[in-house]
Design a binder for this molecule. Structure first.
Ligand code: TEU
Ligand code: CA
Length: 563
């Protein structure tokens, strides 16, 4: 039994507004720029766009530090521009979801400005304040996600405030009912404007362990990774259920929570159909495959294994089936580009981009495209730290320097892991700055825009972009691609990832060669007594239309349908 929902059948496209399209030549993407590209998105087959934060912000973390939840960032336009975007999108049948940042605000938000004025300020308790330990050290040894202590000393009041991201992002205190009411009011206000839902930032971190105990660590380590002291604590669920009951459930919307450090069992607590919390969560288990170390060394990627990817997919597909819903993605604005990381961005750029897309679209769950993925955009390699804009990257650079890392080691790590890999401007055509702006872009465009761009992809029948369109129409034409039960095939194969999806009499067989060499494909026993017809392949080949023993080309993927 499966329940049909529009958000299960949708294809979502993530937009990082700063880097999408600039319409007034100031070098910064804007809301009008998004509106101007709605036809492009509609053609691609996108049903929902998720727009990263466009609220008023001092931009220490590109909009994830909000100073007014009710205002549009001046750089991005006006409230009118927003309303126009929403109306035009709806006219074209595209839904719009916004980023909702509930874990923290900017330190320039009036609440925080007021809170830090004095210990008796009525807003004081909207944030999390603690005295120093007796030896004058921060209240606990917790490290922030972005490096350094999670506590910042406030001179004026002589206390520390908590920030699990950077120090211009003080954490909100979800123990305070007045704060919760204010947040609910704000969420309702946006939904009443007609938004179709939210991607909810860092939602699994909103509750912190009571009394802020030190994480266990050797005494000489003053600051340690302490994620489990503020991830997935039981009270998070009370707050989400409350938000759902009071606000979300009154609208026909979709919600996707960001939930790092979360496995499938924990995820079911957020997305279980009987839980009344969220529709889906983004987990990061597959993005942890090339993450070998804690701390600064974590910036140096380690090789990933196909066997591990298979295991992660098996777990999530199986455990959520008929109980919850998956959100499938390869990349976002915080991650390196997917083909540079899990594919091959050189010789097999086109094939591997199509292969990664095939997997994402053929799994159970809602697929999310990150802007530029559909044309195979790659990582960027700036020579100098000065060309990077991301504050987290700059912080890493300074820390690594202090630790004595050689310059080329630091830059190699940045080339692999910087969030700016995903933030260079969208490549629209081969004009200057990839057609993104007529001015000077806030961050340089990847020089490969001269040949990797939307315009040339549109004109090339076998482009990645055109393959995305075909893939999306396969998904839309086959309910089994959305709701079918997943079963792994050839589980031990070292380079082939394969599975079936089954719904009633309908069955798909998806097979992918994740390597740069040919792979031999035997017909798996489980499929031997049926015949399968080719629906879509990502390479030009003279493959039979009927599934038969043979070879897969490097990075070849095929989708078959049972006949
Ligand atoms: O990201 C949250 C975040 O950085 C972690 O949960 C991260 O996903 C984890 O360490 C896995 O690597 C969100 C936004 O996406 C990001 O852009 C913001 O900087 C951050 O929140 C703070 O708002
Ligand atoms: Ca602009």
């Amino acid at each position: 039994a499966y329940k049909r929902k529009w958000w299960k059948e949708s294809v979502v496209y993530q937009i990082y507004p700063r880097s999408f399209m600039d319409t007034n030549g100031d070098g910064i993407g804007d809301l009008k720029g998004i509106t101007s590209k709605l036809d492009y998105l509609h053609d691609l087959g996108v049903d929902v766009i998720w727009v990263c934060p466009f609220y008023k912000s001092p931009n220490d973390d590109n909009g994830y530090d909000i100073s007014d939840y009710y205002a549009i960032s001046e750089e991005f336009g006006t409230m009118e521009d927003f309303e126009q975007l929403l109306a035009e999108a709806h006219r074209k049948g595209i839904k719009v979801i916004a980023d909702l940042v509930l874990n923290h605000t900017s330190d320039e938000h009036p609440w925080f400005v007021e809170a830090r004025e004095s210990k008796d300020s009525p807003k004081r308790d909207y944030y999390i304040w603690r005295k120093a330990k007796e030896n004058n050290e921060p209240p606990s040894n917790w490290g922030s996600f972005f490096g350094g202590s999670a506590w910042e000393f406030d001179e004026q009041s002589g206390e520390y405030y908590l920030h699990i991201f950077n120090r211009k992002q003080p954490d909100l205190n979800w123990e305070n009912p007045l704060l919760i009411e204010e947040l609910h009011r704000m969420v309702r206000w946006w939904l009443d404007k007609g938004l179709d839902g939210f991607r909810i930032d860092a939602i699994n971190h909103i509750v912190k362990m009571e009394n802020f105990p030190d994480a266990e660590a050797p005494a000489h380590e003053k600051i340690v990774s302490a994620h489990h002291y503020f991830s997935n604590l039981p009270k998070v669920h009370e707050h989400i259920q409350n938000l759902n009951r009071e606000v979300l459930s009154h609208y026909d919307i979709m919600t996707v929570g960001e939930a790092a450090n979360t496995g499938p069992e924990e995820a079911l607590l957020y997305v279980g159909e009987d839980r009344d919390e969220l529709n889906m969560v983004f987990h990061f288990e597959h993005l942890g495959m090339d993450f070998g170390n804690e701390g600064l060394e974590g910036w140096e990627k380690t090789p990933w294994q196909l066997s591990q990817l298979k295991e992660i997919i098996n777990q999530w597909q199986t455990k959520l089936h008929n109980k919850g819903w998956n959100a499938n993605f390869w990349s976002n604005h915080d991650q390196p580009r997917a083909i540079s990381r899990f594919g091959n961005d050189q010789e097999f750029r086109i094939e591997s981009a199509k292969l990664l897309a095939t997997l994402m679209f053929m799994l159970e769950g809602t697929p999310y495209i990150y802007q530029g993925e559909e044309i195979g955009m790659t990582n960027i390699k700036f020579d100098s730290i000065d060309d990077y804009r991301d504050s987290v990257t700059q912080y890493f650079y300074r820390q690594a320097q202090q630790e004595g890392w050689a310059e080329d080691r630091i830059m190699r790590a940045i080339h692999q892991s910087s969030r700016d890999n995903a933030r260079t401007p969208m490549q629209w055509n081969d004009h200057s700055h990839g057609g993104f702006t007529t001015g000077t872009p806030w961050i340089q465009v990847n020089p490969n825009a001269s040949w990797i761009n939307v315009e040339s992809a549109e004109n090339e029948p076998n482009s990645i972009l055109n393959y995305y369109k075909k893939l999306i129409s396969v998904r839309k034409g086959h309910l089994v691609a959305v709701y079918g039960k997943y079963e792994p095939i050839l589980p031990e194969h070292s380079s082939i990832l394969a599975f079936t999806r089954t719904l009633g009499n309908e069955q798909l067989f998806v097979v992918m060669n994740f390597s740069a060499t040919r792979a031999h494909l035997e017909i798996p026993e489980a499929l031997a007594d049926q015949s399968f017809e080719l629906l879509l392949s990502n390479v030009e080949s003279d493959t039979d239309k009927i599934l038969a023993e043979g070879h897969l080309q490097p990075y070849e993927s095929r989708i078959y349908s049972k006949v």
